[in-house]
Write a protein that binds this ligand. Structure first.
Ligand SMILES: [Zn+2]
Length: 262
């Protein structure tokens, strides 16, 4: 497999997304933006959280002995535990506003593509027969009362059954992720997206097949350019921010170059 990536912050902001790749895997993370004046009992910033989580996951998946065999939820649970250990001495991990991140992972092993989605960073599987399959964790979209959610509601329902799950201070969140496995032979590509990119579909009405087609033709950088152009042209839609951090990992299994000029 080959992986092309791009990650861009919302204009004028620090990037709270992260993309990591290894020989046979890729992952994207979207750290939850803090509300003004809240620190969630943590002295670290959101980029620290996604960087630490990403590094811990990379160490496990790159391990030549265990990396390809370990189930993705086990790897993510261990990465969450390692992240907790990295700030348990300085921060209050019982704070319900403790920093958190979405996670999407795809890992190839023995002709199979294992995937995991935790919270709203979807994976798009592009099958060779033309079928575009979207792996989504929609629990954050279905909280009681509908959007916009109050900060209290999100804190109360975060990492609870009946609410939604994210990577933060509960390792068991990894076992609540949406997971699956597809034969690599049936795939021509797979995209891991943060919601700063999937908003093209969810807020602006682009179809998933059109998004996948643009990625296949022009690559991740061009897709993020399309996001920014669309945001500027159509303005904020619904409750979404005008711009968000935007991250793509585009995995291909054909012999075509992953990125072509368009
Ligand atoms: Zn901390």
């Amino acid at each position: 497999m080959r992986v092309a990536t791009a990650s861009e912050p919302a204009p004028g902001r620090a990037n709270e997304d992260l993309v990591r790749t290894g020989r046979n895997w890729a992952a994207v993370f979207d750290g939850a933006t803090r509300r003004l004046g809240e620190d969630g009992g943590c002295v670290h910033d959101v980029p620290w959280l996604v960087r630490t989580l990403g590094a811990a996951l990379a160490e496990l998946l790159d391990d030549p002995r265990a990396g390809s065999a370990v189930p993705l939820p086990d790897a993510l649970a261990a990465a969450i535990e390692a992240t907790m250990a990295a700030h348990s001495g300085t921060c209050d991990l019982d704070d319900p506003g403790s920093p958190s991140s979405t996670v999407a992972i795809l890992r190839e092993r023995d002709g199979l593509a294992d995937h995991l989605v935790l919270c709203d960073s979807p994976i798009v599987l592009c099958h060779r027969d033309g079928h575009v399959e979207v792996v989504q964790d929609e629990r954050l979209d279905r909280l009681p009362g509908g959007r916009p959610y109050s900060a209290e509601l999100v804190r109360a329902l975060r990492n609870t059954d009946g609410g939604f799950w994210v990577a933060s201070t509960r390792p068991e969140a990894a076992y609540r992720a949406v997971t699956g496995t597809a034969p690599v032979a049936s795939l021509r590509g797979a995209a891991l997206l943060t919601d700063g990119v999937s908003r093209l579909v969810e807020a602006y009405g682009t179809g998933w097949p059109a998004l996948a087609d643009r990625l296949a033709r022009y690559g991740p950088q061009a897709l993020i350019r399309q996001v920014r152009e669309t945001e500027r042209r159509l303005g904020p839609r619904g409750a979404v921010k005008p711009h968000d951090d935007a991250t793509v990992a585009w995995i291909t299994w054909d012999d075509e170059p992953a990125e072509r000029r368009g």
